[in-house]
Design a binder for this molecule. Structure first.
Ligand SMILES: *[C@@H]1O[C@H](CO)[C@@H](O)[C@H](O)[C@H]1NC(C)=O
Length: 300
C-alpha cells in the first residue's frame, strides 16, 4: 500500500518541477479583495472537481478493490466530488459573473491507488490554502469559508485514514499555506485556462524545490533548486503553526526529527522564517506517514 504512495509522491514532485513552464493565468498587480480570494479558492476547487470527475470516470469499483483499497473507497470519492461541486457552486454564487471558469487539467496518475494517494495530497493542500486565506477575508465571509475548510479537512483525514490506511493528521495544528505556496503546488495540474478568465490577482508560482524520495526525519539530504544568490539560504519546514528553520549547507538540509504527516519545506533567504517575499524555491511536499497504530512508515 505504501509503495505507490512514494511513487505518487515522486510523480507529484516531478509535476511540480514542470510547473515552471505553466502560467495558468496572467498576473495582475493590485491589492487582493475578497473576490480575488474567492476566485483563487474557486481555481483550486475546479482542480478538485476535475480530479475527482476524471478519477471516477477512469476507475470502477472493481479497480479500487483490486488496488487493495477498501470497499467503500469509491463511494467516498463520489461523495467528495459532490462536496467539491457544491463548493464550486457556493463560490460561483458569491462571485456572479466574476467567477473563473474551469481550465483543462492533467494529473500524474494512471491507476486507482495512485489516484487515492494524490487525492490525499490535494486535499491537504486545499485545507492548507483555506487555512491560510481565511484571515484575509472580510468578517462576513469567514463563517462560510470556515465551513468549507472544515469539510476539506474531513476529506483529507478520511482519505488518509480510511482509504490509504495512514494517520490523517501531522500534529494538533493544520498548516496554513499562502496563496503563492498553494498555487505553486496546484499549478502543475493546470494545463490552460479560458482567455476570458479574469487574472488571478497577486498569485505566483514559485520555482520548484525537490527532496530525494527516500527522505526521512533526521536525515541530511541533498535538495534540488536553482539558487539565484550566493547569500546564505535556509530551509524552512512548515509544521502545524511552526516554521522550523535549518541552514542550507552545500545544498544539503537536515530534516527536523519531529515532523509527521504532510509537511512542506521552502527555501528562504531569511534566517527568521519564510514569507512570500523571502521565498527562493518551493514548497516541496514531504510525507512522513504513520500507521493507524502510530508506527512510522519509513520512505525508502
Ligand atoms: C485518467 O486516465 C487517463 C488515461 O489513462 C490518464 O491520463 C489520467 O491521468 C487519469 N486521470 C486520473 C485523475 O486518474
Amino acid at each position: 500500500m505504501y509503495i505507490s504512495f512514494k511513487e505518487m509522491k515522486s510523480t507529484v514532485l516531478a509535476a511540480v518541477l514542470s510547473a515552471l513552464l505553466v502560467k495558468a493565468s496572467p498576473i495582475e498587480a493590485r491589492a487582493p479583495s475578497d473576490f480575488d480570494t474567492f476566485n483563487f479558492a474557486l481555481t483550486l476547487e475546479h482542480v478538485e472537481v476535475a480530479f475527482y470527475t476524471m478519477g471516477l470516470n477512469n476507475y470502477s469499483q472493481a479497480d479500487f478493490v483490486s488496488a487493495g483499497l477498501p470497499d467503500g473507497a469509491r463511494n467516498q470519492f463520489v461523495e467528495i466530488l459532490e462536496h467539491e461541486t457544491a463548493h464550486v457552486a457556493f463560490l460561483e454564487n458569491l462571485l456572479g459573473d466574476r467567477a473563473v471558469k474551469p481550465c483543462t487539467y492533467k494529473f500524474p496518475v494512471d491507476n486507482a491507488k495512485a489516484f487515492a494517494g494524490l487525492s490525499q495530497v490535494i486535499e491537504n493542500v486545499g485545507t492548507g490554502a483555506y487555512t491560510g486565506a481565511i484571515g484575509t477575508l472580510s468578517q462576513q465571509y469567514v463563517t462560510g469559508s470556515a465551513s468549507i475548510l472544515g469539510t476539506e479537512a474531513r476529506q483529507a483525514s478520511l482519505i488518509a485514514a480510511y482509504v490509504n490506511n495512514v494517520e490523517g493528521w501531522g500534529n494538533a495544528f493544520n498548516i496554513p499555506l499562502t496563496k503563492d505556496q498553494a498555487y505553486t503546488l496546484a499549478a502543475p495540474f493546470i494545463v490552460s485556462c479560458p482567455e476570458s478568465n479574469p487574472p488571478l490577482v497577486d498569485v505566483h508560482a514559485n520555482p520548484p524545490l525537490t527532496f530525494p524520495s527516500n527522505s526521512n526525519p533526521g536525515d541530511t539530504v541533498q535538495v534540488q533548486f536553482t539558487a539565484t544568490t550566493d547569500a546564505s539560504l535556509y530551509a524552512v519546514f512548515l509544521f502545524g503553526l511552526d516554521q522550523i528553520v535549518v541552514p542550507v549547507e552545500d545544498g544539503k538540509v537536515t530534516i527536523p526529527r519531529n515532523l509527521a504527516g504532510q509537511v512542506y519545506c521552502i527555501i528562504s533567504s531569511s534566517a527568521d522564517g519564510v514569507t512570500d517575499e523571502t521565498t527562493v524555491a518551493g514548497p516541496a511536499i514531504l510525507q512522513f506517514e504513520y500507521t493507524l497504530e502510530g508506527d512510522y512508515i519509513p520512505n525508502h
